[in-house]
Design a protein around this ligand. Sequence first.
Ligand SMILES: CC(C)(COP(=O)(O)OP(=O)(O)OC[C@H]1O[C@@H](n2cnc3c(N)ncnc32)[C@H](O)[C@@H]1OP(=O)(O)O)[C@@H](O)C(=O)NCCC(=O)NCCS
Length: 162
Amino acid sequence: MFRHLLKKDDQTSLASELEVENFSITHLDAILDIEKEANPTPWSKKTFENILNRRSLSFVCLLKTEIIGFCIASEVLDECHLQNISVKKDLRHKGVGRYMFGVLFQRSKLFGIKNTFLEVRESNRGARNFYDKLGFREITRRADYYKTQNGREAAVILRLTH
Ligand SMILES: CC(C)(COP(=O)(O)OP(=O)(O)OC[C@H]1O[C@@H](n2cnc3c(N)ncnc32)[C@H](O)[C@@H]1OP(=O)(O)O)[C@@H](O)C(=O)NCCC(=O)NCCS
């Protein structure tokens, strides 16, 4: 169903030039730079280190030798939790996010994943459209889940059934 996400012949996208590597300690600094420009309340170094200590589906995305994005996800039984996905600001809208999700989808298959879940800020229109295009659908909301500069905002909980 998601084969097209990995297609390498799309002239408008960077997909043919991208590679992935499993998330490791050597990637931490580059990931933190991307996170800081992507997230209004960025994850700390400690949070990423904790992920490294757990079994997970996480990886970074490279263009030539540069880390330009990352995907943090974990699996429990037949469920995947997509915790964070980010692309370097100046390389967005070129198919990198779609490519990374395609890689995650393929990895998930190896683990027998049946559903992928995630939370996204209600105000994050760009990411919500991205997930909508991938086939995610809203299942519920959690009020006041995320901090904002002025208060709090809801999380929209999305699911993709594989
Ligand atoms: C969300 C994110 C990962 C998408 O990555 P990307 O490489 O820019 O996305 P792609 O180029 O692969 O886009 C795939 C589809 O999503 C849609 N999309 C992506 N970003 C979008 C945006 N800001 N607004 C509207 N649609 C968007 C595109 O229209 C595209 O569909 P199309 O090919 O049919 O036009 C990237 O914008 C990002 O890093 N955002 C900041 C971090 C973030 O919010 N992560 C999600 C946390 S829950």
